[in-house]
Design a protein around this ligand. Structure first.
Ligand code: NAP
Length: 341
């Protein structure tokens, strides 16, 4: 059996270990074997390592945002060929699909093919942020991205994004903007330019009191919004109060408490879990959006987010990148080059 190098975790809260005896997989139908060239670091990696959540086999190989080059394709592949560069978010929990190793399998329908305008490092910033924002805005809020890669005509309606500077939040701002909405984003005041550069029309301080934030939402939108998305996991109370007390819309999303408010929760962790109804729905939705996402990323109407690259190349650099994210000092999305092409 061919073996390869990567990072494993023996169990919850165990250290990351670099090993060279991981099995190399063979692609099945509609799958490609991809050489991992770069990864983006997400909060979920530290969560998995500390708690074991979203891990189904031990020792575990983890990783989510990734970019690489196709080495080999399985039967029935119609989209990918050897030599193609791809990027996306790996389904969590099964070692053969996760990118913290020399090669991993991708399902060709849920990964994006890299266009010439993007670098490998840029594409490593995209996966989980784009797909999570896509789930919330396209499936949850019912927005439609123009299929031809253009921006939709401007609508006279706001969407509020809590956390317009995070990985997920930046893509949410972009998608809402491309769909024609005026976007109001919350963020740390020092990071306002990030939200604006992604397409937000205005920002407000996400560390102000709830009452101050409600006053900003009401003042800026005039109540002309029906949709609010929390990309921070801190915003439940604010979302509920904003929809109840600021919005003038009759039907509101995404909460269903009270019943006039419709709630949607992203479940990206269930991607490719086809034996679960939610996993099947998430996978089907994402596969249906991939061609449109590719068109927008090639056209530049959707774009990778700003990032910082860890110096050097290799698996020890991935561990360093996770530690940098956990330390809270990273100013931008962290990207790590894992192997030279
Ligand atoms: N359910 C799913 O499928 C799914 C998928 C992906 C991610 N997630 C979750 O979504 C969240 C965001 O992920 P991410 O990758 O975008 O993280 P990230 O890049 O670290 O972004 C975090 C965001 O939270 C904001 N924030 C941090 N502390 C805050 C506070 N005390 N009050 C208000 N806002 C605060 C930040 O704003 P400033 O920096 O501007 O202050 C930033 O916009 C995480 O909790 C992640 O686990 C869920």
């Amino acid at each position: 059996m061919a073996t390869q190098t990567g990072i494993t975790i023996e169990g919850p809260n165990k250290l990351y270990t670099i090993v060279n005896n991981l099995p190399r997989s063979t692609p099945g139908p509609k799958q490609a074997l991809v050489k991992c060239l770069a990864v983006g670091i997400n909060p979920v990696e530290a969560l998995q390592q500390h708690t074991g959540l979203l891990i189904n086999e031990w020792p575990a190989v983890i990783g989510s945002d990734c970019a690489g080059v196709v080495l080999e394709v399985g039967p029935d592949c119609t989209k990918l060929s050897p030599g193609d560069h791809v990027y996306g978010c790996a389904p969590l929990g099964q070692n053969k699909f996760t990118p913290f190793q020399d090669t991993f399998l991708v399902d060709e329908e849920i990964f994006l093919k890299k266009s010439a305008n993007l670098s490998v490092e840029e594409t490593a910033t995209v996966g989980a942020g784009l797909l999570t924002a896509g789930l919330c805005l396209l499936a949850g809020m019912g927005l439609t991205l123009p299929e031809d890669g253009t921006k939709a005509p401007e609508k006279d309606e706001w969407i509020v994004v809590l956390g317009g500077t995070g990985t997920v939040g930046q893509f949410a701002v972009q998608i809402a903007h491309v769909c024609g909405y005026k976007v109001l984003a919350s963020c740390s005041p020092s990071k306002s330019a990030i939200a604006i550069s992604n397409g937000a029309a205005a920002t407000f301080n996400n560390r102000a009191s709830i009452d101050e934030q409600l006053a900003e939402i009401k003042g800026i939108t005039g109540g002309n919004f029906a949709r609010i998305f929390d990309a921070t996991a801190y915003g439940y109370e604010l979302m509920l109060k904003a929809l109840e007390t600021c919005s003038t819309a009759e039907t509101k999303s995404p909460f269903n408490t009270p019943p006039t408010i419709k709630e949607y929760r992203a479940e990206l962790g269930h991607l490719c879990r086809l034996d679960e109804p939610i996993g099947a729905a998430v996978t089907k939705d994402i596969a249906s959006w991939i061609p449109t996402f590719e068109t927008h990323l090639a056209a530049g109407t959707l774009k990778p987010i700003e990032y910082q690259v860890v110096d050097g190349v290799g698996w020890e650099k991935v561990i360093q990148g996770i530690q940098e994210l956990e330390s809270g000092k990273a100013a931008k999305k962290i990207v790590v080059r894992t192997q030279n092409e």
